[in-house]
Design a protein around this ligand. Structure first.
Ligand SMILES: Cc1cc2nc3c(=O)[nH]c(=O)nc-3n(C[C@H](O)[C@H](O)[C@H](O)COP(=O)(O)O)c2cc1C
Length: 327
């Protein structure tokens, strides 16, 4: 079998262990083992960012909990790693990745090349989180097996490119595994990005306020009350472009003028200490308006599966602009 055939069959194997082609995306100070386990047991891929575990010892405990709780019938899981050169805990994290062997490692804020050798050695796949075709090409040159296209409207550090042309442009030079995120919050949207050429949809905001995440209740309530018009896109909070809920920006005493400045990217210190970013200034993506009430991850996945099935059924009805059969 050629390389592409071998990769296709690996992706199909991963999909066959899932109820729908979706990933509960990693979210800083949001996802933890409870989130990952609930996602995987509900049939979508669970994931979390390594820095969410405060210390290396905590990270070991988290990885032990995840790997001992999940069984062969559960969906695969992924860990998200910062590979930026300023990230101080990189060596500890990659050693734990080698030990606990997540099915996927998703690299962010730095290239994938720092983890490919170690992850490939145990049979895992490396996906690089990218926000432009240029970064996509670079990540592939640096050995990524697949890409995560983070498009405009995403929660957290967002992309600026619209989902439709971004997928098309990347598909013009890459036919390997593709994960796509940014504003996807329904089963219909998951089906739509699949039709456009994505293998998996990446959903952060849709899972943000579920009962298994570790955010404070005030954050959950702000998610239920906010719509896309309540977001501010800014580089002021972390240095990278992020979507932030206006009410949390105001509550943190940050002015509109402050929001127009760009901060400097730096992951060298304890990411849980000090800064207002993430802890007091809260992020959500443009799909936030659809989330209005308390839900568990299993309930969200149940809704997504029903919507997805309906979208597939609707598709078979064809388009009202085309004749049913070409005679
Ligand atoms: C509160 C929050 C925190 C996030 N933190 C991270 C992170 O630590 N690492 C990462 O790669 N992506 C992070 N993201 C981005 C998500 O992984 C994903 O790309 C995004 O949520 C997809 O867009 P959506 O929110 O519109 O579904 C975060 C998103 C949110 C909403």
């Amino acid at each position: 079998m050629n390389d592409i055939g071998a990769m296709d069959s690996r992706i199909n194997k991963i999909k066959s262990a899932m109820a729908l082609p979706a990933i509960a995306a990693p979210m800083f100070l949001v996802s933890n083992p409870a989130t990952v386990i609930a996602a995987c047991k509900s049939g979508v891929m669970g994931s979390f960012p390594g820095p969410n575990a405060r210390t290396t010892a905590d990270l070991r405990d988290w990885l032990t909990e995840i790997t001992t709780s999940l069984g062969p019938d559960d969906a695969p899981w992924a860990m998200n790693m910062i590979t930026h050169s300023s990230y101080g805990r990189f060596d500890d994290e990659i050693a734990l990745v080698e030990e606990f062997q997540p099915d996927l490692v998703i690299t962010a804020l730095g290239g994938p090349h720092r983890v490919t050798t170690q992850v490939h050695a145990y049979g895992g796949l490396v996906f690089a989180d990218v926000t432009s075709p240029g970064f996509a090409r670079k990540a592939l040159e640096k050995g990524a097996d697949g890409l995560v296209l983070v498009c405009a409207g995403a929660g957290g550090h967002t992309g600026e490119y619209a989902i439709l042309p971004f997928i098309e442009e990347v598909r013009s030079f890459f036919d390997g595994p593709l994960i796509v995120g940014g504003g996807i919050g329904t089963g219909r949207a998951i089906r739509a990005v699949e039709n456009l050429g994505a293998d998996f949809a990446y959903l952060g905001t849709r899972f943000l306020a579920t009962s298994e995440t570790m955010i404070p209740d005030a954050y959950r309530q702000m998610v239920w009350q906010s719509t896309m018009e309540d977001l501010i896109a800014s580089r002021a909070i972390t240095g990278a472009l992020g979507n932030w809920m206006r009410a949390s920006v105001e509550a943190a005493g940050i002015s509109v003028e402050d929001m127009s400045q760009a901060a400097t990217l730096d992951f060298s210190g304890d990411m849980h200490a000090g800064s207002k970013a993430w802890k007091h200034v809260w992020s959500a993506g443009q799909g936030v308006g659809a989330i209005t009430r308390p839900e568990t991850i299993a309930q969200v996945v149940g809704t997504l599966v029903e919507e997805y099935k309906q979208a597939v059924a609707d598709q078979s009805k064809g388009s009202r602009y085309l004749p049913d059969s070409a005679e």
